[in-house]
Design a protein around this ligand. Structure first.
Ligand code: TRP
Length: 446
């Protein structure tokens, strides 16, 4: 079975950015910033992205491209006969557990898109909007139906393959996404009373930082960049040998961070302008944004746009998560792509049902004090992903070693990369990144 590749450089970049930019930026980032005190959290997040996450991204990318294999196969190829495959397995499990709750939120975005088309966002009463959100997510059948639609659409794109599915659709969706979110952000920052939201985002209050905040910020950085669970390994394996790994990674991280900040500007000023609590939690965007829509000319149209954005952002990410599972199943078990998609989606769907129902009838079923939804979220973002990232840099730093690292990042010497940059990056991969991730994880978990 021949392996596919992405068609061109722009295709790689949009696919990577499509994976990174997602609900993590538009939905998770604003509400975590809101519950963790705003600017101080954001500052930590930025530091983690640039100091700890970029080396992890290089490492994942080079593992993928060097091996040309799926998340588990990659480790088997590069370290035959060893136990390193377990790191890949951890990644596949993490992808499944992210997709479990991600597809539920993806379902909410479709639900809200439908509501927007019905011009339902004409009220500004917090209680009504909170009620609408609570009702939408806690009933039994509707959210399940929307989750199923979301998973089916994800499967549809992945089924079409890497070039004709993932690349083709993300190429159209990503530029559109940036344009749309900028429009919404401009409207939000020009609202009367927006200033408080802007200063919440950019004026740090360091007293708000606790060890939980630090772990949440690290988890969010990993989550937002799609790291630690084999996504970048899998996409990297479809990238041709003449691609500049460091450049593509840096551009992906920059696009993702920029998008998160624009998303913050779209959401936070509106939160303050309308007197909503920034620590509202996961409902934040679904409850605050309708306020804007109700109060401005053409708000009804903007509402449709916004939930459409949310949906697009979600689906370009969920396809990357499903691709991790599909690439693994089809390559390691040599089954057809179609069957792998089917098996992957079926497995995820079982968990999604639990996550969706945990917002209503199963709310009292708790694992470690968390409902299913929060359990899968925290398990993947705060444990699986940092742990995966930790093991991945250890693999590159100690098992693959400096020579392979350098030859992969310089395309076998064909690219000129400054020696100091290679030295610094390798040092960071070997010592700084694993140490920092280890300390933060232990601190947050103990
Ligand atoms: N990064 C995406 C977001 O911000 C979510 C995502 C896609 C992801 N693939 C991933 C998260 C792999 C972790 C690992 O919404």
């Amino acid at each position: 079975m021949g392996r596919e590749n992405f068609g061109n450089r722009f295709g790689v970049l949009v696919a990577m950015a499509g994976s990174a930019v997602g609900l993590g930026n538009l939905w998770r980032f604003p509400y975590l910033a809101g519950t963790n005190g705003g600017a101080a959290f954001i500052l930590l997040y930025l530091v983690f992205v640039f100091i700890l996450c970029i080396p992890v991204m290089y490492s994942e990318f080079l593992i993928g491209r060097r091996s040309g294999a799926n998340a588990i196969g990659a480790f088997k190829t590069l370290a035959p006969g060893s136990k390193w495959g377990i790191v890949g397995l951890l990644g596949v499990l993490a992808s499944i557990s992210i997709l479990a709750f991600y597809s539920v939120v993806g379902g909410w975005t479709i639900d809200y898109m439908v509501k927007a088309f019905q011009f339902r966002f004409t009220v500004t009463d917090n209680a009504v909007l909170e009620g609408m959100f609570a009702e939408s997510i806690s009933s039994v059948y509707e959210p399940l139906l929307y989750t199923a639609v979301f998973l089916a659409l994800t499967a549809f794109v992945v089924l079409a393959g890497v070039k004709n599915g993932i690349e083709k659709y993300t190429k159209v969706m990503m530029p559109l996404l940036f344009l749309l979110v900028i429009i919404v952000a401009i409207r939000s920052v020009t609202l009367p009373g927006a200033a408080a939201g802007i200063s919440f985002l950019f004026k740090p209050d360091f007293s708000a930082i606790t060890t939980d905040t630090v772990l949440d910020a690290l988890g969010q950085a990993f989550f937002s960049l799609s790291l630690g669970c084999g996504c970048v390994i899998t996409y990297g394996s479809y990238v041709k040998k003449d691609e500049h790994i460091m450049k593509t990674s840096a551009m992906t991280a920059a696009a993702d961070t920029l998008f998160a900040l624009i998303a913050g500007l779209a959401v936070m000023p509106a939160v303050f302008a309308f007197g909503i609590s920034p620590s509202e939690g996961p409902g934040l965007v679904f409850i605050t944004l309708p306020h804007i829509f109700a109060q401005i000319p053409f708000g009804g149209v903007l509402a449709i746009l916004f939930f459409f954005i949310l949906f697009i952002a979600a689906i370009t990410s969920s396809i990357s998560l499903l691709e991790v599972v599909v690439a693994y199943l089809s390559e390691e078990f040599r089954i057809k792509r179609a069957w792998s998609v089917f098996a992957g989606v079926a497995g995820v769907a079982c968990l999604s049902v639990l996550c969706s129902l945990s917002q209503g009838v199963l709310a009292d079923v708790r694992i470690f004090g968390l409902n299913f939804f929060d359990f899968f979220d925290k398990l993947s973002a705060n444990i699986f992903m940092p742990l995966g990232g930790f093991l991945i840099v250890i693999f590159v730093g100690y098992k693959l070693g400096r020579k392979a690292f350098e030859s992969e990042l310089t395309n076998d010497g064909k690219l000129r990369v400054a020696t100091w940059l290679l030295n610094f990056t390798f040092f960071s991969i070997k010592y700084i990144t694993p140490l920092a991730i280890g300390v933060i994880m232990l601190n947050g978990l103990l």
